[in-house]
Design a protein around this ligand. Structure first.
Ligand SMILES: CSC[C@H]1O[C@@H](n2cnc3c(O)ncnc32)[C@H](O)[C@@H]1O
Ligand SMILES: [Zn+2]
Length: 440
């Protein structure tokens, strides 16, 4: 039988095609032209495919779908550890906004490259980002090879990037035209929050997203303060307020969703809004704990995000999955809530559903070739009864050995292929000193 040519063959001790699937022992993934050509036992896949390259991880390799960070602010790596142990409002208004006033395009690019290095090392292949000078984020993502959904942050006040929310929306339209058709980059419309955007700006964002058929990203119901403030201004909860403005729908990915009423949860489910749960950021800023079991029971698609590195303080989805799985167990004293499989699904298959990309989040013929190899040959990862359990409850970022996005190796044997990490670390330290934000 003649064999089909593949660009890359990955052989592994275990292949986990999707969170709830049975793992394939001595399995393989064949990659051709950025997509997956075959997944199955090595004997079958290698009988039908010859690979230009073989990544042989038969000894200790666990292959699984790449993780998607559904909510972050990548360039905020530059502000990691700058203002800890504060509540959201003081953190943002007294520390982060003043620091962001000093941002330049170059700093945003630098912070993004640092973020990409960190995320790839943690098994993340794609991320959803909202920030300032987002074109710089796009340029770095294009060069580094990750997958991303990127939106210029829209505020109702001037930022170093744009003088007004309207100007930021105009930039969004320009970005959508400039990056439309890119194989890995998708532009989104990103009004910041219900309390930093006036109703008219929210409506303009909604109209732009509808006209260009783009997804929207916003922060929603992050704190009790936000609920009180929006109720005072508009007489409604933030979710009901956005619904009255026509923003709630399957187009919207809403980050946080901590301070929700039972009616809000029903509304989000009815409108098919997608939620990016950010448990570690919510804990650190003392915002509270999102009602994830209730959202899941109502049928809401829940994904997982780290938020920015200034509120987390890392971009590690492996530890975020661990937190997401344990938090509801402790809160409700119920160990059955959010299983390891469900937590892994939030970062893979559910993220794909939330982002309207059925070709992501699983390893199957025709799916995008975004995959990760973890090295199981370590004391804290043996024995391996359930791969999903290992990934959620035991794996750490240093265990990630290889990362492939759209068929391209971005990390091979723990070496970042598309990022000069030594150079980035040196430049980041220099930039942090020059920014002069830390202690004197
Ligand atoms: C409009 S660009 C993004 C904007 O969001 C800020 N930000 C970071 N984390 C949070 C959060 O948890 N809630 C609200 N806003 C946040 C970031 O600093 C940028 O200014
Ligand atoms: Zn955020």
């Amino acid at each position: 039988m003649s064999r089909v040519r593949a660009d890359l063959l990955v052989r592994a001790e275990l292949v986990l095609p999707e969170p709830a699937a049975a793992p394939i022992r001595d399995g393989a993934v064949a990659v051709r032209g950025g997509t997956i050509a075959a997944v199955g036992p090595w004997a079958e896949v290698s009988a039908r495919h010859e690979g230009a390259r073989l990544l042989d991880r038969k000894s200790g390799g666990l292959v699984f779908p790449g993780l998607v960070n559904a909510h972050t602010h990548a360039p905020m790596t530059l502000f990691r550890g700058l203002a800890d142990d504060l509540p959201l409002k003081a953190w943002l208004e007294d520390h982060i906004f003043p620091a962001e006033a000093r941002l330049t395009r170059e700093l945003v690019a630098l912070g993004t490259e640092l973020a990409c290095a960190e995320m790839i090392r943690c098994g993340t292949t794609g991320f959803v980002d909202m920030y300032l000078f987002e074109e710089e984020v796009a340029r770095v993502v294009d060069r580094v090879g990750m997958r991303a959904w990127l939106g210029e942050g829209v505020f109702d006040f001037p930022t170093p990037a744009f003088p007004s929310g309207r100007a930021a929306l105009a930039e969004t339209e320009r970005l959508a035209a400039a990056w439309g058709g890119h194989p890995r980059i998708t532009i989104t419309v990103d009004p910041h929050t219900p309390y930093t955007c006036a109703p008219e700006l929210m409506e303009a964002a909604r109209d732009l997203a509808g006209r260009l058929d783009l997804a929207m990203v916003t922060h929603l119901a992050e704190t009790r303060w936000e609920v009180e403030e929006i109720t005072r201004r508009h007489g409604k909860t933030p979710a009901a307020y956005l619904d009255a403005l026509g923003l709630l729908g399957e187009r919207l990915l809403a980050a946080h969703c901590v301070a929700l009423t039972p009616e809000d949860i029903r509304l989000l489910a009815e409108r098919d809004v997608r939620v990016a749960h950010c448990p570690e950021s919510n804990l650190k800023l003392a915002s509270g704990i999102a009602p994830v079991p209730e959202l899941l029971a109502a049928g809401v698609i829940v994904t997982l995000g780290t938020d920015g590195a200034a509120s987390n303080n890392d971009l590690d989805l492996l530890s975020e999955m661990d937190t997401a799985a344990k938090l509801p167990k402790g809160l409700h004293r119920d160990p059955t809530l959010v299983s390891a499989t469900e937590a892994l699904a939030m970062a893979t298959t559910q993220a794909a559903r939330a982002l309207h990309r059925p070709d992501l989040g699983r390893l199957a013929p025709g799916a995008a070739a975004d995959l990760v190899v973890v090295d199981l040959d370590q004391a804290h990862l043996r024995p391996c009864y359930h791969p999903a359990s290992q990934l959620v409850y035991a794996a750490r970022s240093g265990d990630v050995r290889d990362v492939v996005v759209a068929g391209r190796l971005l990390m091979e044997d723990r070496h970042l292929v598309t990022i000069d990490e030594t150079d980035i670390l040196a430049r980041v330290d220099r930039a942090a000193r020059e920014l002069g934000l830390g202690p004197a």
